[in-house]
Write a protein of this length. Sequence first.
Length: 109
Amino acid sequence: MEDIVKETIITDTKAKEILKDRKKEVEFGYEQKNSYDYLKKFDKLTPKKVEELTEKLKEVKKLRERQTIAIVNILPKDKDDLRLVLEKDYNLLTEDEKNFILENINKLM
């Protein structure tokens, strides 16, 4: 068994890119094949759009990296969806911050 040297939170789009590159090198195992198939089917953002949205969301200083990545992966459509993504931290955001997040998601879609 291999030791975990470093753990990094990444977006679904980045995971899809990594798997796409890895697919050229080795044959996928069961988990990798299922993950890649899922990401091909449901992840519709380009790396450029992900980067743009991530940079915009960093303007909301109350969001942690894990929350920013979750928002980018799930792309909540309204405040109810956003509440589900942020869970207990939802109430820490002002209405303006919530609207800012949703507006930037809608601009990219």
